[in-house]
Design a protein around this ligand. Structure first.
Ligand code: SF4
Length: 283
């Protein structure tokens, strides 16, 4: 039997739990609604929502139902007005940590600070922060090369925000570079507590001598799952899987102990299924 060790902290965060609960409550009313973008980046959760009769659409203009659900990642502030104009009622499942960044960035802008979002420009959360902003008042930075291409000295003050699910260590160099170039730079610590705890626990798990192989369980589109994978892969052979269906038995040859961790949008039962599967394997 393969031994399984779970990370001390993994999986669903409060933002994802709240969002799924809101949608389930809405589904129970039997009203017709659509979710804008994946509610959370996990295919299993999206399927579950579809089974509840709530489909996922990519654009606000695709919503033909009387209700639209804004996902945990949030939306550009103008979308609330747009939904109202088209007579669509909003059910807002945006995570409170994401809403805090919207609020703080708005205040920084009012103070005349230049905004920097460290993150992925294609990620819904980052699109939410930046879609309504003119190019003159913000930058989205993904790496040190992009940071070096900007003259930061020309701004009176700079405020850095991080996409909530980043691995802060990876971007320290970027934030430090901007701070050196412009001493009036303030870094807002916006990486969310759930992300930090999951990352720390994943690092501990991967550093455990007993563990031969790590499975990081989560959705293809989930940024925080990808960061857990990056953290673990530095220390141990690591596989990123959606669930038990992705496991190849040859990966387990000679493996005595598997470590498990999961992204913030991975339902607990998916982790349970993987553990049960591994425990049934004869070695
Ligand atoms: S990972 Fe953090 S910011 Fe993202 S939904 Fe969960 S609690 Fe909110």
């Amino acid at each position: 039997m393969i031994k399984v060790l779970r990370a001390r902290k993994y999986g669903f965060c409060s933002g994802v739990r709240n969002a799924t609960l809101r949608v389930k409550k809405f589904a129970a009313t039997k009203k017709s609604g659509a979710i804008l973008g994946q509610l959370v980046h996990n295919e299993r959760v999206v399927e579950e929502m579809e089974q509840l009769g709530i489909k996922t659409v990519e654009k606000l203009s695709d919503v033909k139902e009387p209700y639209v659900i804004f996902s945990a990642h949030g939306v550009p502030p103008s979308f609330y007005e747009k939904a109202k104009e088209s007579g669509v009622e909003v059910i807002d499942a945006t995570c409170k940590f994401v809403l805090d960044i919207h609020k703080e960035s708005r205040k920084a802008l009012e103070r005349g600070e230049h905004l920097v979002f460290i993150g992925d420009p294609r990620h819904r959360e980052v699109i939410g922060y930046t879609y309504d902003l003119g190019p003159e008042c913000h930058h989205i930075i993904q790496n040190i090369e992009q940071a070096k291409a900007v003259d930061w000295k020309r701004y009176r003050a700079v405020r850095i925000f991080y996409q909530t699910t980043l691995n802060a260590d990876e971007f320290e160099e970027v934030a430090n570079y901007i701070s050196r170039e412009n001493p009036s730079t303030h870094k807002a610590d916006t990486i969310c507590y759930a992300t930090k705890k999951n990352q720390l626990a994943a690092k501990e798990l991967a550093a455990n001598d007993e563990v031969d192989l790590i499975f990081v369980i989560g959705g293809k589109m989930s940024a925080n799952t990808r960061h857990l994978y990056d953290i673990c892969t530095h220390l141990k052979p690591t596989r990123l899987i959606h669930g038990v269906e992705d496991i190849r038995e040859q990966w387990l040859e000679g493996v005595r102990c598997v470590g498990l961790t999961a992204g913030a949008s991975t339902p607990d039962e998916v982790v349970d299924e993987v553990e049960e599967f591994l425990k049934e394997i004869k070695t």
